[in-house]
Design a protein around this ligand. Structure first.
Ligand code: SF4
Length: 452
């Protein structure tokens, strides 16, 4: 009987991409995927360490999975991702029913290690950084059937060491993949039916360090954008300090480059930005936003903000509130600062008390919700291009998709529109989504087709 694999993914798009790779690697071993952990012969938990209590969440899930392991002695339980990298053998000690702890550079090792465990070679922990593994082409690239939208990782790790962030410790130093490998993977995905590709990296704007011949991120964007059959190209995450005029020009010139940018500002006060080690000032950030808006009118702009960073005063926070008024983001992910193990900020004095941080977060989110709503309302009465993704989960009577600027649009329409680009007239707006209608039966711009 075919063995089954269940994957639980926490966190960001990078982890979703890695989970997809893990699935493809195990499918090549003869496994098939299942949504039911009780039917699995292999459970892979892909963890995220960015936010507070990440380890607790992992141990709590492991506790819930323990009975499955007791029932099925043949079940292999593996923990990967950032918490695995950070905790290493401590996971094997604390959860003696876990078979494998696999670090962020070790995904390629999943099939042989699972085989070894099945052959009764005991429990294992592999968390060494292997930068060559990151540089090697992905043996599973383009395998399986991608969705309409697909991710392609272009780099691993980060060299920035922002004071609050665990990424450089758990994902290692920045390593870029070879542009030909990125291109081959993107081409294979488009050939198999993907119409939107998102290039992923912790800091895509610094892509290309150590690559010969020299290739910058704008060079890579231009190459991927030229793939026939690709409708939309996105990328994340862009570090503001490395956002170059050349990238802005490339976004404006390449028709498939979508008019959306996620540009994490993190704070609006120069003192806090300096303490965070972000490498830009609020003035420099605002200048880049102005340059983006000039080159890309109607650009969708989203961001991340951390409130309550150590030492943040009321005046600092007021600067953040001022910055969001000036930029008027379409959307924002905002969080209360929390100590992450091993980071510089953990040792910083003047921690902001949780109540104050909570109040600031609430003020920020309340204001941002109004701004998002106002920005969305500006689209009412306009016609927009939407890539239709699926039927709504909460509203199955509606289809749902996204604009080029990454806004969600819901509308009533037939199933066969899924996977197509349609024009929709926007009739109303909420803070998180828009409501559209098909202008007429000829509202299609293009149909989904497989590239020969
Ligand atoms: S740029 Fe800063 S916040 Fe982003 S991954 Fe690197 S260290 Fe973390």
């Amino acid at each position: 009987m075919t063995r089954k694999m269940y994957i639980a993914t926490f966190g960001c798009q990078m982890n979703e991409y890695d989970s997809g790779r893990a699935a493809r690697l195990m499918v090549a071993e003869g496994y098939e995927t299942t949504d039911d952990p009780a039917r699995a012969d292999l459970i892979f938990i892909n963890t995220c360490g960015i936010r507070e209590k990440a380890e607790l969440k992992v141990y709590s899930l492991l506790g819930r999975l323990k009975p499955l392991k007791e029932k099925n002695k043949g079940l292999v339980l593996a923990v990967g991702g950032c918490v695995a990298q950070q905790e290493g053998p401590a996971i094997l000690d604390r959860a003696p029913y876990v078979d494998l702890v696999l670090g962020t550079h070790g995904l390629d090792q999943l099939p042989p290690l699972v085989r070894e465990i099945r052959e009764d070679r005991g429990r294992m922990c592999r968390i060494d950084f292997d930068y060559n593994a990151v540089r090697r082409p992905d043996s599973t690239a383009g395998q399986g059937i991608p969705g309409l939208k697909a991710y392609v990782t272009i780099m691993q790790g980060c060299d920035n060491f922002c004071a609050y962030c665990v990424v450089p410790y758990v994902r290692g130093r920045e390593v870029s993949r070879q542009p030909d490998d990125v291109l081959a993977e993107a081409e294979a995905l488009v050939k198999a039916g993907a119409r939107e590709i998102m290039l992923l990296g912790q800091n895509v704007n610094s892509y290309g360090r150590g690559i010969e011949p020299k290739t910058t991120f704008p060079d890579l964007v231009r190459r991927v954008a030229a793939i026939p059959g690709l409708w939309r190209l996105r990328f994340t995450t862009s570090h503001p300090k490395d956002l170059s005029p050349e990238l802005i020009r490339t976004m404006a010139e390449e028709p498939v480059a979508a008019e959306h940018l996620h540009l994490p500002v993190q704070a609006g006060s120069n003192a806090v930005l300096k303490a965070m080690g972000r490498g830009y000032t609020r003035e420099a950030y605002l200048e880049k936003v102005a340059a983006l808006r000039e080159a890309l009118p109607g650009l969708g702009l989203t961001t991340d903000v951390i409130v309550g960073f150590p030492g943040e005063t009321e005046e600092d926070f007021a600067q953040t509130m001022d910055l969001i008024e000036r930029v008027r983001y379409d959307g924002m992910y905002s969080f209360k600062y929390s100590d992450r193990p091993g980071t510089r900020a953990t040792a910083m004095p003047d921690k902001v008390d949780p109540e104050t941080a909570g109040r600031r977060l609430n003020d920020l989110q309340t204001r941002q919700k109004v701004i998002s709503l106002e920005e969305n309302r500006r689209l009412v009465g306009r016609r927009v291009e939407v890539l239709v993704e699926s039927r709504g989960i909460r509203r199955p009577d509606q289809l749902t998709g996204r604009t080029r600027t990454h806004k969600i649009v819901n509308f009533v329409g037939p199933d066969h529109l899924v996977g197509r680009l349609v024009s929709l007239d926007i009739v109303s707006a909420g803070a998180n989504s828009l409501l559209g209608v098909l202008p007429d039966q000829n509202g299609f711009l293009r149909e989904s087709f497989a590239v020969e």
